[in-house]
Design a protein around this ligand. Structure first.
Ligand code: NAP
Length: 345
């Protein structure tokens, strides 16, 4: 059994190690299942979990930690009280801390059966990003209320950004996309020709936003770049508008006191997919049904940038950080331990 572990925060290439353990995999407890993982993504949030956030003190953790929060695999064994899953069933798991390993133990309710026809790779990406999309979309609808007006999103070429674009097209949301490179803008225009795209490497990108929105101020900014860019994004907001922050990809910082929040009645709201577990069981079931349906109906929305064996994690992490990457990098395990056969299909 192989497990990626770290005991302190820092550059994943430095602090992560692959532990190869001859012991049998962990045992499930009551209400749990043991999953033999085949594919798991390298999300930006996974890297933050290993590195910590810039500007914050290093958090040394006394325990050994394994990164990863989602993935797909096959149920290996189930607790005696688990009725919904049987060994051999393909499942996607989330929230499942520690998926960068060959095995993970999760509560049975966190293992979602994967329908026939959904590939292993799509299944590995089926939960975090669609559930984040739902959280973001609800936050946007709440922030807009009765207001009409443009919504601006940063890092629009990201995997999440593309899900947001697809939802905006479907629901007629007046979305304006920001990307940082001209090539990223070209790709996004070809995918969503009806949505305007502005490139922030253009010196006049703020004027371009104002021109495009016809002088109408932006009502909501959906932002995962943050850092020094926050000041510019807030300046584009209408009085009473909302900045929804859900990531931190950009360099620099913005001081809260430098933002005219009080004078202009602005709201800053954080969104995290971890709060999805606070929804009721019925709401969660509906959200899961949405995610599964999206995976079945539009697998193109779950683009894979590349796949690497778990042991090749350093290359995988380097690729996940590469500018211009399109889609999500995957870490794989062989379908049968010891066969060396490729995991994914
Ligand atoms: N809050 C939550 O619960 C939650 C859940 C999931 C994801 N997220 C966040 O959502 C964001 C997107 O995740 P993802 O998995 O969709 O990402 P992804 O597919 O890996 O794509 C990353 C994107 O970010 C862009 N980017 C990277 N650094 C940038 C910078 N400094 N300035 C502007 N753009 C930059 C890249 O642009 P190029 O193409 O130009 O390289 C790329 O389009 C991340 O911040 C992630 O942490 C948050």
């Amino acid at each position: 059994m192989r497990t990626l572990v770290h005991t302190r925060q820092g550059d994943p290439a430095q602090v992560l190690t692959l532990r190869e353990d001859p012991d049998p995999p962990p045992r499930h407890g009551a209400g749990q299942v043991l999953v033999r993982l085949l594919v798991r993504p390298v999300h930006p949030g996974d890297l933050i979990g290993v590195e910590g956030l810039p500007g914050l003190p290093e958090q040394r953790r006394p325990e050994v930690r394994t990164p990863g929060v989602e993935g797909m695999g096959v149920v290996e064994s189930v607790g005696p009280d688990v009725r919904t899953l049987r060994p051999g069933r393909r499942v996607a798991v989330f929230p499942a801390p520690g998926t960068w390993a060959d095995f993970v133990v999760v509560a049975a309710e966190r293992a979602v059966p994967v329908p026939e026809g959904v590939s292993d790779e799509t299944a590995a990406l089926m939960l975090v990003n669609p559930l984040t999309l739902l959280m973001l979309y609800r936050a946007v609808e709440h922030a807009l209320g009765q207001r009409k007006g443009p919504v601006l999103q940063t890092a629009a070429g990201s995997s999440i950004g593309r899900l947001v674009s697809a939802a905006a097209v479907r629901h007629d949301l007046p979305l304006v996309n920001l990307v940082r490179s001209a090539s990223g803008a070209r790709t996004l225009r070809s995918l969503y020709p009806t949505l305007p795209v502005i490139t922030t490497s253009d010196g006049d990108w703020r004027e371009q936003v104002r021109h495009l929105t016809g002088g109408q101020d932006v009502q909501v900014v959906l932002d995962c770049v943050g850092g020094a860019m926050t000041q510019d994004l807030v300046a584009l907001l209408a009085d009473g508008g909302t900045l929804i922050t859900y990531g931190r990809l950009g360099p620099g910082t913005t001081t809260l006191e430098h933002l005219p929040l009080g004078q202009r009645g602005l709201t800053v709201q954080g969104v995290t997919v971890w709060h999805w577990t606070h929804r009721t069981p019925e709401e969660r079931a509906q959200d899961i049904a949405f995610a599964v349906d999206l995976a079945q109906s539009t697998p193109d929305l779950f683009e894979v940038a590349a796949r690497y064996d778990l042991a090749d994690f350093k290359t995988a992490v380097e690729h996940a950080r590469r500018p211009g990457k399109s889609g999500t990098v995957l870490l794989t395990s062989p379908r049968s331990a010891g066969t060396g056969r490729e995991a994914v299909r």
